[in-house]
Design a protein around this ligand. Sequence first.
Ligand code: SF4
Ligand code: SF4
Ligand code: SF4
Length: 260
Amino acid sequence: MKKLFSYNFLSRIIFLLLTPVFFQYFALGFVWHSIYWGVITTVVLIWGMFILISPIFGRIGCGWFCFMGATSDLSSQHSLIKIKWRKPKVWTRLLLLIPFFASAITFYFINKERGITNNFAILPSFLKADFNIHYKYVWVIDITCSLLFGLLLERRWACKNLCVMGALCSVGAKYSRLITVVDTNKCTLCGQCEKNCLVRIPITDYIKNNQGLVTNSECILCGKCIESCKFDAIKLKFVWNRKKYKQSIIERDKEFEVIN
Ligand code: SF4
Ligand code: SF4
Ligand code: SF4
């Protein structure tokens, strides 16, 4: 488990290097173009899958796959400002979510009227055929924005407040079964995990008030906190029944108090 973050890092680097080649398959902005043309493309299938599995695997797409999240994390380690955890702003997410889908769907119907849509056919490579090389520049713009956001704002600010896919994945991730779990018996509340968390999640609050279950829908399951804990107190675990888990920890702590 200690090595999880190394694997996570490797996965991000691989997808980051692959994006210039497979941009139209990875870049979430192309979901808009797919709706516009009425096509189910690879990027729709990939991000659709990440949204669908989020109630079980949480934000795995954001933490292990997305090149923008990876770029932002690389630069935010050297962020010029150090802001503690702030909740995502729901209104900024809605502000983008609504026009994103409303505009794409509107264009879809306009195209349908003109008889040039594909009626939601599954054509994985459609965008490759129809989008020319200048979309590679979009990749450069995306990377630059992610670098700047990472450097100038709080960690994962854009992910928390602007990203449409992030907003959708976070809804499912609220119920995620794969959770960062702290063993409250081993934890000394040193705060090292919280300090190093790529999203700056207030992990110690969850240790004190939630029996160690870090049930935060912004957690990207990266494993950085696991690597940071000298006491080997953190793990990623499948917790199928949160209530039952928390009850078992409360009972364990009561037994411990009685014995002592
Ligand atoms: S929130 Fe958006 S930009 Fe951030 S990692 Fe997730 S999909 Fe990528
Ligand atoms: S780094 Fe480990 S010991 Fe320190 S607060 Fe986090 S879980 Fe507890
Ligand atoms: S809580 Fe741990 S696994 Fe979740 S985002 Fe923070 S460092 Fe990564």
